[in-house]
Design a protein around this ligand. Structure first.
Ligand SMILES: *[C@@H]1O[C@H](CO)[C@@H](O)[C@H](O)[C@H]1NC(C)=O
Ligand SMILES: *[C@@H]1O[C@H](CO)[C@@H](O)[C@H](O)[C@H]1NC(C)=O
Ligand SMILES: *[C@@H]1O[C@H](CO)[C@@H](O)[C@H](O)[C@H]1NC(C)=O
Ligand SMILES: *[C@@H]1O[C@H](CO)[C@@H](O)[C@H](O)[C@H]1NC(C)=O
Ligand SMILES: *[C@@H]1O[C@H](CO)[C@@H](O)[C@H](O)[C@H]1NC(C)=O
Ligand SMILES: *[C@@H]1O[C@H](CO)[C@@H](O)[C@H](O)[C@H]1NC(C)=O
Ligand SMILES: *[C@@H]1O[C@H](CO)[C@@H](O)[C@H](O)[C@H]1NC(C)=O
Ligand SMILES: *[C@@H]1O[C@H](CO)[C@@H](O)[C@H](O)[C@H]1NC(C)=O
Length: 401
């Protein structure tokens, strides 16, 4: 980790202290997953406020997803913050914002990511306010505009579909269906796979075997490929959201990986292999613009790299990926994880952790040029990065256990 604060001694002391305090004699330091989750809660992040931050809902949703994973994992015992009351505050900060399906369609698809925390709160309290918001989110998918192929618009831009939105769709729709209308589960699977198929068809990059950021079905955007409508660059976090959503979705179907699900299992392997091919040999992690490795201005990005570590380790743990001598996913993920810790995790004097190196928003409402992607500002302690790091850490801790 990078000791960027002045009082390194104190930081070392804090480390030692946490080792003694929580190790109970077993020399176990508090794991990064729990420490980073506590740090996000102590910073008061992942609570939606009135700011015009366009990723506000996604910050809430992605952190709640990481936190709920964490409480199910062995690392949960190391959490120090009162995560249940935090989750309740976090859910309450969005429940009134998403309870109108018509209005929901004015938010990016990212809005759906908050459904997981709302469902948790509903099941815990039975309070119908949460159920109303869940129903509104569900209905908002049916109201969401679609392009000529039936692809969901990501946001207000006519006929544009992005990889990014799939994390939220995949994390919400199957969950909602299994909770409230299990008889709809096969039609839910079909409609989700249909969205994935459209993105694969339009965004597949034959040069890298990865997927471009998104496509414009009308092919009129300045960046649109005249044949496919795709944007020209493979943006790390768009693919990161897509891969995380895909591995979480396949986890729900491990015993039925045939037919269309089998095809998507195959595509998951193909994307994972392509990630091994594009990993930066020098650092062991991945570039902000994946199809321009080493190009001037390009850099190793911390949120997308964490999403890939999560995806690869979880893929192996679930048996979706199998290490071979040629494609050793765990070796690559392990090295990438060490790079994340060394380069991007900062120890603060108060014992909290910070996370650096996460790019802010990259929108297709832009030139979508190489210069655009590499000049978007980094955001220190972005929840989009730290939540991804928590999920990567959970998988890493399971792998090491
Ligand atoms: C249900 O939850 C909402 C949102 O937190 C809250 O405003 C309301 O008071 C709760 N209702 C009950 C009966 O607890
Ligand atoms: C939901 O939002 C729409 C559009 O803003 C508005 O017309 C409608 O009255 C709202 N519905 C409720 C129940 O508030
Ligand atoms: C979006 O697609 C629809 C259906 O194909 C088409 O009628 C409309 O003109 C498109 N909108 C734009 C802005 O290209
Ligand atoms: C169940 O599926 C049908 C057909 O796709 C759809 O119209 C309906 O809204 C779904 N119900 C729920 C609760 O998701
Ligand atoms: C990629 O290859 C597929 C199948 O070979 C082809 O249909 C598609 O048009 C190609 N895409 C591009 C952007 O060249
Ligand atoms: C993959 O790497 C791990 C260590 O990172 C090693 O234990 C394992 O044997 C390797 N698997 C194969 C098939 O080479
Ligand atoms: C975060 O990383 C950037 C790029 O390496 C560096 O310039 C900056 O000083 C770091 N920020 C902090 C607060 O450490
Ligand atoms: C899209 O970009 C244009 C030009 O920068 C800007 O005026 C507009 O507000 C953006 N749209 C959204 C929804 O942010």
């Amino acid at each position: 980790m990078a000791f960027q604060r002045p009082l390194q001694l104190l930081t070392c002391f804090t480390l030692l202290f946490s080792r003694i305090k929580l190790g109970n004699g077993a020399a176990t330091a508090r794991p990064y997953s729990a420490r980073m989750a506590d740090s996000v809660m102590l910073r008061g992040q992942a609570i939606h406020d009135d700011s015009s931050d366009s990723s506000g809902l996604l910050q809430v949703g992605t952190f709640q997803t990481a936190l709920l994973d964490l409480v199910e994992s062995p690392s949960a015992q190391y959490l120090e913050q009162d995560w249940e009351s935090f989750l309740s505050r976090s859910a309450d900060s969005v429940v009134g914002l998403v309870d109108n399906a018509t209005q929901d369609t004015q938010f990016p698809l990212d809005r759906l990511s908050v459904g997981k925390g709302l469902l948790y709160q509903y099941e815990r309290t039975g309070n119908e306010t949460y159920k109303d918001a869940l129903d509104a989110l569900r209905l908002s998918i049916d109201l969401q505009p679609r392009n000529q192929y039936g692809g969901l618009w990501y946001y207000v831009y006519p006929n544009w579909s992005y990889l990014d939105g799939m994390f939220s769709l995949l994390s919400f729709l199957p969950l909602y269906t299994s909770a409230f209308s299990p008889s709809n589960s096969s039609s839910t699977t079909d409609s989700v796979l249909y969205q994935l198929d459209l993105l694969w068809t339009h965004c597949h990059d034959n040069a890298t075997d990865l997927l471009f950021h998104g496509y414009d079905a009308s092919k009129t955007a300045v960046w649109a490929d005249p044949v496919t409508g795709a944007s020209p660059y493979v943006w790390i976090r768009a693919l990161g959201w897509f891969m995380m959503g895909l591995v979480d979705f396949l986890e729900l179907h491990l015993t039925e990986l045939e037919g269309r699900l089998g095809i998507w299992h195959g595509r998951f392997i193909s994307l994972s292999n392509a990630l091994l091919d594009t990993v930066d040999e020098g650092s062991g992690a991945w570039w902000q613009v994946l199809n321009a490795p080493g190009r001037e201005g390009n850099y190793i990005e911390s949120s997308g790299s964490a999403m890939f570590v999560y995806t690869l380790l979880k893929g192996v743990r679930l048996g979706l990926l199998e290490d071979t001598v040629k494609n050793n996913y765990t070796t690559v993920a392990e090295r990438a994880y060490q790079t994340l810790v060394e380069r991007f995790v900062d120890e603060n004097e108060d014992g909290t952790l910070s996370y650096n190196g996460t790019v802010g928003v990259c929108s297709l409402n832009s030139t979508a040029s190489y210069e655009y992607y590499v000049n978007q500002p980094l955001v220190y302690d972005s929840v989009l990065g730290s939540a991804a790091f928590i999920r990567a850490s959970i998988e890493h801790e399971l792998y090491k256990a």
